[in-house]
Design a protein around this ligand. Structure first.
Ligand code: PLP
Length: 379
């Protein structure tokens, strides 16, 4: 028997350490996609491994209605790093579930139905989150999806102000679109979204599943513009690869969030891994390091004068728009340079390395890009 949803790559990975992955013959790969931003503190960080192991031996699971130290520590640490005013945490098992909860909470707390999302957004693949996701290819075979969704062009403050009204329960936005091509919100857009929600009573939801946890140089990307949402969602690297999503919200949402729940919510082992991950991010000041390394990466890419259309992003969330498709480039990087990266659509190469990388890793990647792109323009 074999899995059938994902197309498999010709490299079998067995082990991970820091920014590296190793295949079954011991070959080392530099993981510059962090398996979709899932390892912010690096693969198998010893503190995270130790915390999960200890908890595994103590108690693997207890239902969320019984308080537990590992879960409480995770709640507390999340509240510590959350933007001011966001003090409530709901834990689940993935990004799409975190967004699903965000949209349910917003509908319940506002008593309204309409949800406004943006073009080229990605919010997940369950029937609700998928309705807020843009790409037709992901949606069409599964329709009908949840109803009540409207879409506006990303970055257009006027369109947002015109569409958000007294019937709107929520506006859901990625501060920098990930899957959609690494598109940073233009300056003032998040603020405009905040205003549109304040004027109408809608809940502002920031999907920080890819942008959060230090990746963009701040702990949350919304901090860059000083805009605080009503609900903030996190997942991906939150527990270094153990499945965890979080829906963080203000009191007015939590007080009237409605009857939501999930059996695995706040699993103690996953919570212990998350608490350790958050500790490493804070103690090693990894958001600041990501800002510095991101700047260096952008400088080096520009200095190299690569044959590209654009480079965008912030911190260690970088998109390089290439002239031809990104597939062949990704393959060359993996097989000839032992560097693993990601696509974002057909023409964008997406770099989301662990935040622990150093200049030597950046140099290696930029050198490989230069060689690979040089080679692909000649042939
Ligand atoms: C990955 C991602 C999701 C979905 O997370 P899953 O854990 O795959 O369900 C939602 N929003 C954004 C911005 C993401 O990057």
């Amino acid at each position: 028997m074999s899995g059938f949803v994902f197309s498999e790559k010709p490299i079998r990975i067995e082990r991970g350490e820091g920014p590296y992955l190793y295949d079954d013959s011991g070959t080392e790969y530099l993981d510059f996609g962090a398996s979709y931003a899932v390892t912010p503190v690096g693969h198998c960080h010893p503190d995270v491994v130790a915390a999960a192991k200890d908890q595994l031996e103590e108690l693997m699971f207890v239902q969320a209605s019984y308080p537990n130290d590992a879960r409480d520590a995770c709640y507390e640490k999340l509240a510590d790093v959350a933007p001011e005013g966001i003090d409530n945490v709901w834990l689940c098992n993935s990004g799409t579930e975190a967004n699903e909860a965000a949209l349910k909470f917003a509908r319940s707390a506002t008593g309204r139905q309409k949800i406004v999302a943006t073009q080229r957004a990605f919010h997940g693949r369950t029937m609700g989150a998928l309705a807020a996701t843009w790409k037709q290819k992901y949606k069409k075979p599964f329709e009908p999806l949840a109803a009540g969704f409207e879409t506006v062009p990303y970055g257009d403050s006027e369109a947002l102000a015109e569409t958000v009204d007294e019937e709107t329960a929520a506006v859901i936005v990625e501060p920098i679109q990930g899957e959609g091509g690494i598109n940073p919100a233009p300056e003032g857009y998040l603020e405009a979204a905040r205003e549109a929600c304040d004027e109408t009573g809608a809940a502002l939801v920031f999907d920080e599943i890819q942008t959060g946890l230090g990746r963009t140089g701040d702990f949350w990307a919304c901090e860059h513009e000083g805009v605080v949402p009503d609900i903030l969602t996190s997942a991906k690297g939150l527990a270094s690869g153990l499945p965890l999503g979080g829906t963080l919200c203000r009191d007015w949402i939590a007080e009237d969030a409605g009857p939501h729940g999930s059996t695995f919510s706040g699993n103690p082992v996953v919570c212990a891994a998350a608490a350790a991950t958050l500790d490493v991010l804070v103690e090693d000041d990894l958001p600041a390091h990501a800002a510095e390394m991101g700047e260096y990466l952008h400088e080096e890419i520009e200095a190299e004068d690569l044959p590209i259309r654009d480079v965008r992003g912030r911190g260690l969330m970088t998109g390089i728009e290439v002239k031809r498709g990104s597939n062949r480039l990704l393959r060359d990087l993996a097989l000839n340079h032992r560097i693993l990266a990601l696509p974002a659509g057909r023409s964008v190469l997406r770099l989301l390395p662990p935040l622990v990388i150093d200049e030597e890793h950046v140099d290696r990647v930029v050198g490989a890009l230069s060689e690979t792109m040089g080679a692909s323009t000649e042939s």
